[in-house]
Design a protein around this ligand. Structure first.
Ligand code: UTP
Length: 238
């Protein structure tokens, strides 16, 4: 499929909580992307696990299950969300979520919109999205989350925390490494995703996925609220 611009979207699981309003949100989200297909764009969407992942993990007897197996539960939750999101695109997307990065690339030959969830234990769907972007030559990696961008500290815990408007991939990598993987304490992008973004110089944008008008402004090249992470110009990867 010869599309001009490939976007890879990490659709945060927190945007997919199964509650009232989700169906309207997904309807509006899919309308926006489908409209954009006229601009010769292609979208790869990787869905997070969110509330479903957290709920099921919390039911598990931690003494009886390894972190590896807990990740397995998380992956299933991400795929459940992927099934739901894909259904909003009808015949424009695959019906069953991709389960590997390679499968995502192959489905990209068939569909303008490709949807999937987690792949293997040990990282989050941000990392899957970054790897998909690397594999398919994605022009932009769009991380849609429930905060407005990358902050110096978690804005949900520290009101008034400063949001970065712009960073380079090296600065992002440094920030994610400083914050680490710790449960509940992770950065808005996970460290593996940051490594992939840096090594392959992938332009990345982090924004609040709830604000679809803001997302539209971004697509249309207008002013938008979010953090832009630029490859280092003239750098070894740039
Ligand atoms: P998420 O990508 O939603 O993780 O995958 P997260 O970063 O913890 O979620 P948010 O952004 O805070 O809502 C859910 C879980 O699924 C497993 C991990 O356990 C992850 O925490 N997972 C996901 C994997 O093990 N591998 C994958 O490729 C994806």
């Amino acid at each position: 499929m010869n599309r001009l611009t490939r976007y890879v979207i990490s659709l945060g699981g927190s945007l997919l909580t199964p509650e009232e309003g989700l169906s309207d949100y997904l309807g509006a989200f899919s309308d926006l992307l489908v409209e954009r297909l006229e601009e010769d764009e292609q979208y790869f969407i990787v869905t997070g696990g969110g509330e479903i992942a957290r709920r099921y993990m919390s039911l598990v007897d931690k003494g009886g299950m390894s972190q590896y197996s807990l990740d397995g539960i998380g992956i299933l939750a991400t795929r459940l969300n992927a099934f739901v999101v894909a259904s909003y695109f009808g015949d424009l997307s695959n019906k069953e979520p991709f389960t590997t990065v390679e499968e995502a690339a192959l489905l990209g030959e068939l569909y303008p919109i490709v949807v999937g969830g987690g792949t293997v234990p040990g990282h989050s769907t941000d990392a899957v999205a970054a790897l998909v972007a690397e594999r398919v030559g994605g022009e932009v990696f769009l991380n849609l989350t429930t905060v407005d961008g990358v902050y110096e500290r978690d804005p949900r815990k520290h009101p008034g925390a400063k949001m970065y408007r712009e960073l380079n991939t090296e600065e992002l990598l440094k920030l994610t490494m400083e914050k680490g993987f710790g449960a509940g304490g992770h950065m808005v992008i996970d460290p593996l995703a940051a490594i992939v973004i840096h090594r392959s110089s992938i332009r990345t944008v982090v924004m609040n996925g709830r604000d679809l008008e803001n997302l539209r402004s971004f697509f249309e090249g207008k002013e938008f609220r979010g953090t832009v992470i630029n490859p280092i110009e003239g750098g070894e990867n740039g």
